[in-house]
Ligand binder design. Structure first.
Ligand SMILES: *[C@@H]1O[C@H](CO)[C@@H](O)[C@H](O)[C@H]1NC(C)=O
Ligand SMILES: *[C@@H]1O[C@H](CO)[C@@H](O)[C@H](O)[C@H]1NC(C)=O
Ligand SMILES: *[C@@H]1O[C@H](CO)[C@@H](O)[C@H](O)[C@H]1NC(C)=O
Ligand SMILES: [Zn+2]
Length: 978
């Protein structure tokens, strides 16, 4: 209450006395001087949405013994300081914290804050729900979390609340897709502060800290100005005025300790040093750091003095001009200065902070939480679509959906999905996400009661199907209905697995037709998991084909007399003494009978020797962030001694393999499916007192890839990687040759030669590489003994149920001819990212028909992805479509969205920027000149929409609703409904 009191009383005075001109945005920026070095002093606070403390502990300033930090006080005191002087500026970055604070404010405080925003004194920057990671996140979730953050700002402040620049100052490496998304949201540029030390060194020398990022190989309108901060995002060395720091304050007046001269000398010397490294006569000096400004008066009082005394020198000929600014105002000055910048095309992975420290461990750290986040995304998309179709409108339903959106925003934070937080914080993320998923699943259930013929269905979700556990079927699966929801636009055919007892079942579809099914045994290693309830030991498998919603009915039947007891046998077909062959009509696997390993795969008309096994890095000082090899000899790939059994079913063939006491897997091939599934089970990982263990799966082939491989960028475009090479500099890899070649694999890694190609797809983000020609590896799990010294202060040593964490997941292999389109990989990627969600109900007899039907998107071209469909405002629905094929795989597609508009009872439709909050016709963003791209214009340039934004109402002809999508293009629409 203390701070609030100050805010109120100062504010009342301020509202009359200290008013700036009522303009926001770039017009509110302070004047600059063309003949001087303009120093943009940028007050900011970096407020992690969880790291050493939980989100709420940070917000409330709780547990200050762990870390002194309280975001509510930061915002309180910053507001009261901004009020005192219209010259002052502050940027607010994390919207999750701001919205929580806002909810607690009185109308008086709110109106003061609105005024500050409307006058450009408080500028939202970045503005997403959290400052998301860029390695482990999927683009869909980044778009969603920007949509949530920017929508809050738009609803609360209107256009003056809209951030203009990206501010990703802490994430540990930067993705090209993030830059592309910024451009598509209409941002003018982005800033960050972590880059490989060699890259940064070179850029310092070449005046290349600022660049134009050509952020897509398929889209031509995603060029984005990108700037690296001169130092790290913390304050200027020696000038941290925060209560957390002990640098000298500025002492003026007639004190014996008066230090104005020396402080100003030092500051100007520093500014001169910075100015040498930038192309215009503007420099940005951030003033802030982690959780700074909790007592903002100290910061502003000293910055006021710094500004005053630095500028005073101008009368005696100084050419330094300093003022309060923001990243937006700095960028505006740079834009007006009309310069040329180097071109950047790939990305900033991996981040090497020194020769022994590549931040590539976090690509894999906390694998179960990384997977849980993906489950959260699937149910979020399912719940959004269903809410819109069923027109759910109760307060509870809206609240539950919004909570899931927000928690998914929290999960994208660069200490959440990355696994770089303390264990207690990770546990708290699990708690938040679990609650949010339950709310989302309830919302989906409510919708399904309206949209299916089971108005009283339970529609329960089972979150432990990965270990074949489901409370709904644990005693009995007789008379169970499995309702499948497909979040994709096109009909998807997938195999469904339901935990059951070893009994006979018949599965029928909605029309009463019998669907082929079989009961398969669960791997004994799964049954043996101590924490698993051993109610069921089998899974009922059947193939389901789902447009949007489909129900399948399970009934127990008597066992046919001639049925075999179990088809699990030691070996299937043994061609000679050495080989075991397992095959479907599309895929053939050959196992080496001696080593127990996979040795050959045949599919898509291609045969290739592929050895698949597990490797173990024995590491000494790896941590949550850094994967650091101790000794290059400490990497062992298991080459034999693998025990295996084969299950030879009609629909699915499985090879169950045991590699060692803590690694096992099931290789699966399904009838009619053109991929091989590897379901791994790793843990409890043993460690030695001094050494940690990091487990990878390794696929070795004879494909002569010549050091080249491809990795996805946040689940969208692929980036070509070359072993030991970088785009703009020579990396130092002598100390960490493997870690320095690791890249984030969010969805896919591939390699090829002139005839064959292999791709691995995964079910969560992982680190991966190709250290030898023809070889791909993915890191699956890590258990470590030391902290790596970047602040988290704990060894990554996850324990669950009283033992080291066990993780399970899937990797999929696709082998194809090199000249075949990679479209099949894309299509598989969509299916793995957004699989059918299973809802379980008791079959208690169904009513005749559903209250409402669900639309079909089947008419959309095959390469169109239903990226988002969700309630936006009470009378608005957000609809986002993407052409998910790139410029090599796909082509321009056109289709009409009038049917979906009509289904939703649309009245009007407008097109917006990617985040849904800005009319696309209003989008006008900075264009910067890239070196080598023709002549530079003499005046500042802008981009506007590259196509005519769609805008129509229900009375207009259907032709007005035609949508064209270029490869990789995303278009976002808001449909106003009756
Ligand atoms: C699980 O239950 C099955 C069937 O009752 C039994 O054969 C098996 O030993 C049990 N496994 C464990 C780990 O308890
Ligand atoms: C190979 O498979 C055959 C037939 O299943 C089996 O008898 C033999 O023991 C296996 N050989 C080895 C080395 O495991
Ligand atoms: C940037 O470089 C890429 C690759 O060399 C090139 O294709 C692209 O046209 C360049 N962009 C500009 C703006 O010069
Ligand atoms: Zn951070």
């Amino acid at each position: 209450m203390k701070y609030l009191g100050i805010v109120l009383c100062v504010a009342l005075l301020a509202i009359h006395a200290k008013s700036a001109q009522a303009v926001c945005g770039y017009e509110s920026c302070h004047e600059t001087k063309s003949n001087m070095v303009n120093i943009h002093l940028v007050p900011h606070s970096h407020d992690d949405v969880g790291w050493l403390k939980t989100v709420d502990q940070y917000y409330y300033g709780h547990k200050n013994n762990i870390q002194h930090a309280g975001v509510q006080y930061i915002i309180d005191t910053v507001i009261s300081e901004l009020i005192k002087d219209p010259a002052r500026r502050f940027i607010q970055v994390e919207t999750s914290f701001f919205s929580k604070w806002w909810d607690e404010q009185s109308e008086t405080v709110r109106s003061i804050v609105k005024k500050l925003v409307n006058e450009g004194r408080l500028q939202f920057t970045n503005g997403a729900w959290s400052m998301n990671d860029e390695a482990a996140v999927n683009y869909q979730s980044v778009i969603d979390q920007f949509t949530v953050g920017l929508k809050f700002l738009d609803d609360t402040f209107g256009v003056c609340g809209r951030p203009r620049v990206g501010w990703q100052i802490d994430p540990f490496g930067h993705s090209r897709e993030q830059a592309s998304l910024y451009a598509q949201m209409g941002y003018d540029g982005e800033f960050f502060s972590r880059m490989d030390h060699n890259d940064k060194g070179r850029r310092m020398n070449d005046l290349a800290l600022e660049m134009v990022w050509d952020a897509s190989e398929s889209l031509d309108y995603t060029k984005l100005f990108t700037g690296l901060l001169y130092t790290f995002y913390w304050d200027t060395p020696g000038f941290c005025f925060d209560v957390h720091c002990s640098d000298d304050p500025i002492i003026d007046g007639d004190s014996y300790d008066n230090n104005v001269k020396s402080r100003v000398d030092d500051f100007i010397a520093y500014a001169a040093q910075v100015a040498e490294k930038f192309r215009t006569n503007h420099i940005m000096i951030p003033m802030g750091g982690d959780f700074q400004y909790e007592d903002a008066e100290v910061n502003f009082k000293n910055m006021d003095k710094l500004i005053k005394y630095v500028n005073e020198r101008q009368t005696s000929g100084s050419k330094y001009n300093i003022f309060y600014s923001t990243p937006g105002c700095y960028l505006n000055s740079v834009h007006k200065s009309v310069q040329s910048y180097p071109n950047k095309t790939l990305d900033f992975f991996p981040y090497g902070s020194d020769t022994n420290s590549f931040w590539t461990g976090y690509y894999t750290s906390r694998p179960t939480q990384k997977r849980f986040e993906r489950e959260g995304n699937t149910i979020l998309q399912v719940a959004k679509q269903l809410s819109a179709f069923a027109e759910l409108s109760s307060a509870q339903q809206k609240e539950d959906l919004e909570y899931l959106r927000q928690i998914m925003g929290v999960m994208q934070h660069h200490d959440a999905i990355t696994g770089t937080e303390k264990q207690a914080v990770s546990d708290d993320y699990d708690r938040l996400l679990y609650d949010a998923i339950v709310g989302g699943a309830n919302t989906a259930r409510d919708a399904l009661r309206k949209l299916t013929n089971l108005p009283n269905g339970e529609f329960e979700s089972c979150l432990q199907l990965n270990i074949s556990e489901c409370a709904f079927t644990k005693d009995n699966a007789d008379n169970v209905v499995v309702t499948l929801y497909n979040p994709l636009a096109h009909t998807s055919t997938q195999y469904v697995r339901v935990p059951v007892k070893n009994e006979n079942y018949q599965v029928t579809d909605e029309k009463g037709r019998v669907v082929a099914s079989e009961v398969v045994p669960v791997a004994w290693q799964v049954l043996a998991l101590e924490f698993r309830n051993n109610d069921t030991q089998h899974e009922l498998v059947f193939e389901a084909s789902v447009n949007k919603i489909a129900s399948y009915y399970i009934k127990k039947v008597e066992k046919a007399a001639n049925e075999e007891e179990s088809k699990l046998k030691a070996n299937a077909e043994t061609y000679d003494d050495d080989e075991t062959v397992v095959q479907t009509s599309l895929v053939k696997l050959v196992l080496d009978n001696k080593t127990g390993l996979l040795k050959r795969v045949e599919m898509n008309g291609v045969s290739e020797n592929i050895d698949q096994s597990y490797g173990i890095y024995r590491t000494y000082d790896s941590g949550a962030y850094v994967f650091r090899q101790y000794n290059q000899g400490d990497f062992v790939i298991q080459e034999d001694g693998v025990e295996f059994t084969v299950y030879d079913g009609a629909l699915v063939k499985e090879v169950h393999q045991q590699f060692n006491e803590y690694i096992s897997q099931v290789i699966r091939i399904y009838e009619k499916k053109n991929y091989v599934e590897f379901e791994w089970l790793v843990g409890p990982i043993p460690i030695e007192e001094e050494f940690g263990t990091e487990v990878v799966t390794v696929f070795s082939s004879g494909i002569s890839s010549e050091g080249v491989f491809y990795t996805d960028s946040n689940g969208r475009e692929l980036i070509r990687r070359e072993k030991d090479k970088r785009e703009d500099f020579v990396p130092e890899l002598a100390v960490q040759p493997t870690s320095g070649n690791y890249y984030p694999i969010t969805s896919r890694i591939a390699l090829q030669d002139s005839s064959k190609r292999i791709a691995l797809l995964n079910d969560r983000a992982q680190g991966g590489s190709s250290m030898k020609d023809g070889q791909l590896e993915l890191m699956l799990h890590r258990r470590l003994v030391r902290d790596d010294g970047y602040g988290v202060g704990e060894a990554l040593n996850e324990l669950k149920y009283g033992q080291p964490m066990v993780a399970r997941g899937k990797v999929y292999l696709i082998l194809n001819a090199a000249d075949e389109s990679t479209s099949v990989e894309r299509e598989a990627e969509k299916e793995f990212h957004l699989p059918l969600w299973k809802f379980f109900s008791q079959n208690s007899g169904s009513s005749s028909s559903a209250a409402k039907s669900v639309p079909s998107f089947e008419d959309f071209p095959k390469s169109v992805h239903l990226l988002t469909l969700e309630p936006f405002n009470d009378d608005e629905v957000l609809f986002r479509v993407e052409n998910f094929k790139d410029h090599i795989e796909g082509k321009v597609v056109s289709f009409n969205i009038r049917p979906i508009f009509d289904y939703l009872n649309g009245v009007e439709i407008r097109e917006t920027t990617l985040d849904g909050n800005l009319p696309l016709s209003d989008m006008k963003r900075f264009k910067f000149h890239a070196e080598g791209s023709g002549a530079r214009a003499t005046e500042a340039e802008y981009y506007t929409s590259s196509h005519k934004p769609l805008s129509a109402n229900g009375t207009q002809d259907a032709s007005e609703f035609a949508v064209t999508l270029y490869p990789m293009q995303i278009r976002t629409f808001i449909i106003k409904i009756k």
